[in-house]
Design a protein around this ligand. Structure first.
Ligand code: M7G
Length: 326
């Protein structure tokens, strides 16, 4: 994305306060994952296009207990303001081929200009391994009845822990990363950079708004009663993002996932120009549409059929197959 001068200025102004360049982003040594002790078991998924690899490993050695870990390595987008540095501070330029006016090279950079975003889930559960494993996908058309009979009992027994969500809401984790908060217990929320975003460039901007109110599992639970909460998230989330990052509401994609991975209501905010993972039509529901649908009919999301994809070995797919709904 070509950054307009205004957002760029915003980034620089805020770098010390919230940007990843700030030293507060570096975890204390005791919290650091022992990457060197990881033995890689298999590649779960890989994408040449996204320049990402998902690894399943196990930690051995003194600090590890042989538990599973998911490690995601990702080459990050270029930062416009650093490109000039890349071209002057490189350590080696190796010619690969040359033909007439065309040539290709291998450019070697000093480590500080060559970082890899690394996301760790440790200890990882079987469900985390499945989440990242590349698999065939199947489309489910879940009626309101299917939700009550199949999905709800399943998510009540088997969904991911949402402790990380409570840690954010209770300021036990990531408190210094909060971009905005409306503290109202019923209609308030916390806006925070998503795990997927390193905050170094705006091209792949990704934040999430997590509502304070507990017990709203997903889109399926929403009724007109939640309209004040949803309107707050839409309006105040946009205002906070334009203020902090200089990106206007019209350049944001604001949506909920159905199914989500974590069953505590949250809303995704991504840069419109960024093809964010999970923004496909079978998963993303624009918050503005959700609000209008609830204004038309309070029971909209209890009644209508919702479509989503499930991967081949997800246990929920098995439940739909057992009920002959796939
Ligand atoms: P989702 O729709 O429930 O699932 O979204 P998805 O991960 O399949 O998209 C949850 C969102 O929360 C995702 O965008 C995650 O990247 C993000 N997320 C997950 N965790 C465990 C954390 C976390 O610990 N901190 C933050 N800031 N974001 C997280």
């Amino acid at each position: 994305m070509a950054e307009s001068p205004a957002p760029k200025r915003k980034r620089e102004e805020n770098e010390g306060e919230n940007g990843a360049a700030g030293s507060h982003e570096e975890a204390p040594a005791s919290d650091t994952f022992p990457l060197a002790e990881l033995s890689v078991r298999r590649v779960l998924r890989e994408s040449a296009r996204d320049k990402t690899i998902f690894l399943h490993g196990q930690v051995k050695g003194a600090s590890g207990d042989g538990s599973d870990a998911v490690v995601i390595l990702e080459k990050t987008p270029f930062q416009e303001e650093n490109v000039a540095e890349l071209l002057t501070k490189y350590t080696k330029l190796q010619l690969q081929m040359s033909n007439d006016i065309y040539s290709t090279y291998r450019l070697f950079l000093p480590p500080e200009l060559n970082e890899i975003k690394t996301t760790v889930v440790y200890p990882a559960t079987e469900k985390h391994l499945q989440k990242y494993l590349h698999q065939e996908v199947y489309l489910i058309q879940e009626t309101g009845e299917d939700y009550k009979n199949i999905t709800l009992p399943f998510i009540e027994s088997k969904s991911f822990s949402i402790q990380w969500v409570y840690n954010i809401l209770e300021k036990k984790a990531e408190a210094d990363r909060i971009i905005y908060e409306n503290p109202d217990p019923a209609n308030g929320f916390v806006l925070i950079p998503d795990l997927k975003w390193n905050q170094k460039q705006l091209d792949d901007l990704y934040l999430i708004a997590i509502c304070h109110c507990r017990g709203i599992k997903s889109l399926r639970d929403l009724t007109a009663e939640h309209l004040p909460l949803l309107r707050n998230i839409l309006k105040e989330g946009k205002e906070a993002i334009v203020k902090r990052f200089g990106i206007a509401g019209a350049q944001l994609r604001i949506y909920l996932h159905y199914q989500p991975s974590y069953y505590h209501l949250h809303v995704h905010f991504t840069a419109l120009s960024y093809d964010a993972p999970g923004c496909s039509v079978e998963r993303a529901h624009l918050l503005s549409d959700v609000i209008e649908n609830l204004e038309l009919n309070s029971q909209y999301y209890q009644k209508r059929t919702l479509t989503f994809a499930l991967r081949a070995d997800e246990p929920l797919l098995k439940k739909f197959q057992e009920s002959e709904r796939v």
